[in-house]
Design a protein. Structure first.
Length: 401
């Protein structure tokens, strides 16, 4: 609207009769002026006549009124514009609507993989009934070695975003290799049912099935590290890999010995493997920088802390620190090795003179003869081998708080 200021300007705008009570409403309406009315003479002469012009004093009287009404219109328009801008900014500041989430993810139904041969299972039917509390999207039961990895790959193909391994360390290792190509796209949970449950110990998971189900229902996850080993094959793990004499010990470390000997099972198996004890001429390179050449009995690469049903082989390892703990056991006389074995049981061996301890993100190992490496009882290849940490690659459900 064009605002007309002053009496002269208003006078120039006059172009139509004015009726009492009218006002200036918009630029489309012309200012109307009052009509002069006769009060005497014949009735036909008492019709109002338009006043063709107004003197300056009359215009001066109407000018403040026009200005006042125009100012009101301007104030209303300005207030409307301010309100419009405010609403626009408010909408921009509002967060987008998202589905209900837990720990950054929506409420998920897990794809549950059960190892029917896990060491602590006594009643498979009762276990499957307990697991129904999770309201699983699928509940798959393995029949042979390799099924857990196959089912995990199937879960990835079906775009499941939550996978639960119900079994021991071997079952967990298979599931991890099934999801390892897409680890950040889902959450991983564990119901520890094996005889060792070493990685569950590192995470301080509870002992009972129901307590672990409570944690899985919370769907609160923590990012932990994944480890890739490249040797004869490429494999992944979260706990511990060992080469050299440990490989022979692992072959002797049966589920029966674990149940019967508990934490001492490793010593029992080590004694059985002593005839095969020999040193390896080994070259170890840490992060492509430090290089060691030494005669070794053992190479241990730890992301978790425990092996063999609770043996703290890498007692300071943290699965979420982005580093691998490396324990190298050098060649020593028999009496020293006997003392070292006792210290390993207590988790006090890292300070022993026979132990070389390092932390690194990448470890390359070459040896003569080529030492075999195992991961959770699975032989994965012979040296040369390269271990690489993948920091925070797994979203592991591990706390109900």
């Amino acid at each position: 609207m064009k605002i007309v200021r002053g009496s002269r300007a208003i006078a120039k705008r006059i172009g139509s009769p004015y009726r009492r009570g009218s006002s200036i409403k918009s630029s489309r309406s012309k200012l109307r002026l009052p009509r002069a009315t006769r009060t005497t003479g014949p009735s036909e002469m008492r019709k109002p006549e338009a006043v063709a012009d107004l003197d300056a004093s009359t215009l001066a009287l109407f000018s403040p009124i026009a200005k006042s009404r125009l100012q009101v219109d301007r104030n209303r328009r300005d207030a409307s514009e301010i309100l419009h801008v405010s609403l626009k900014l408010h909408r921009r500041a509002q967060p987008a609507k998202v589905p209900t989430v837990r720990n950054g993810r929506r409420n998920m139904k897990p794809y549950v993989i059960v190892n029917r041969r896990a060491g602590s299972i006594t009643d498979l039917g009762a276990l499957l009934s307990q697991l129904q509390r999770l309201q699983p999207a699928a509940l798959r039961v393995t029949r042979r070695r390799g099924d857990a990895e196959k089912f995990a790959r199937e879960a990835v193909r079906k775009r499941c975003d939550y996978v639960v391994a119900a079994g021991g360390d071997g079952t967990l290792n298979e599931v991890i290799n099934g999801i390892a190509e897409h680890p950040r796209e889902l959450c991983l949970g564990l119901v520890p049912l094996g005889t060792g449950n070493d990685f569950a110990r590192s995470l301080k998971l509870p002992l009972t099935v129901d307590a672990n189900i409570d944690i899985l229902l919370s769907q609160k996850s923590m990012a932990i590290d994944l480890v890739r080993i490249r040797s004869d094959h490429t494999r992944y793990f979260v706990n511990v890999s060992a080469g050299g004499f440990s490989g022979h010990v692992a072959e002797k470390l049966t589920a029966k010995i674990k149940r019967a000997w508990g934490p001492l099972a490793y010593l029992r198996s080590a004694a059985a493997a002593l005839p095969q004890l020999h040193a390896y001429e080994t070259v170890v390179v840490f992060d492509d920088e430090e290089r060691l050449t030494v005669d070794l009995y053992n190479v241990v690469i730890g992301n978790g802390r425990f092996v063999a049903g609770g043996l703290p082989i890498a007692p300071q390892a943290d699965p979420a620190d982005g580093l691998l703990d490396v324990v190298l056991i050098a060649k020593r006389p028999g009496p020293e090795m006997a003392l070292l074995a006792a210290e390993i049981v207590l988790g006090k061996h890292v300070s022993n003179s026979a132990v070389i301890f390092r932390r690194a993100k990448k470890i390359a190992v070459r040896s003569r003869p080529g030492m075999w490496f195992n991961v959770d009882g699975e032989l994965v290849g012979r040296a040369p081998a390269v271990f690489q940490i993948i920091p925070g690659a797994l979203n592991f459900v591990m706390s109900k708080r």
